[in-house]
Design a protein around this ligand. Sequence first.
Ligand code: E4P
Length: 248
Amino acid sequence: MPESGVTGAVAEPASGALLNWGLSEGSTLKIFLDTANLDELKKGASWGIVDGVTTNPTLIAKEGKPLAEQVRMICDIVDGDISAEVVSTEAPKMIKEGLELIKIHKNIVVKCPLTRDGIQATKALSGERIRVNVTLCFSPGQALLAAKAGAYIISPFVGRLDDIGWTGMDLVRQIITIYKNYGYQTQVLAASLRSPLHVVDAALAGSHIGTMPFKVLDMLFNHPLTDKGLDQFLKDYAKVFHETPVAG
Ligand code: E4P
């Protein structure tokens, strides 16, 4: 086994979740919220369907608190993988930052950008069994590099590709095919999802995770026939029992 460049400890393979690409019983699309806003996270968490959180420097900056402080509060709200991104651009500094970030909470996943330095840092951190989410992925070749470096998660940005006239979801499908071909354990996280349709397409493609802004998760609930149907049920009930049903 190779020796790690971070602490000199003997490296084990990256500690990615064991994946079964064959859509085994019990496999699910994990829903992550793409926000650092505590109110949104509390609301989402109260629904019981949020499996994790992704943040990025823009989202952290919006909340105005130092990264470590904000991320610690997020970890108190959602019990699942919480991605926190490094802001250094050189590998040694990214590694140092990553080692600091994981001290915040056991659920922290270090997020590194898909640059040469980011991949070098990913390789070193993964060699220490530290979970890395490689972000800003826009091509299948980039995703291949991330998997080879032992990434725990790869984040292809669907919406940002759509924005420049490409079909972002094609990238997700290509990555899944490549990872399946070689049995890579890296989880595919469909990122930059901008609509409920994006979420459904990410699920149809077989993504392991979809991360979305709070408003997209909220929109997933909506259907006019649900509202109409419920309204009718309650009216029919009230007509006979002259009351609005109350639980219990
Ligand atoms: C993912 O981790 C990113 O934070 C996010 O999905 C980017 O989305 P955007 O393109 O809507 O900013």
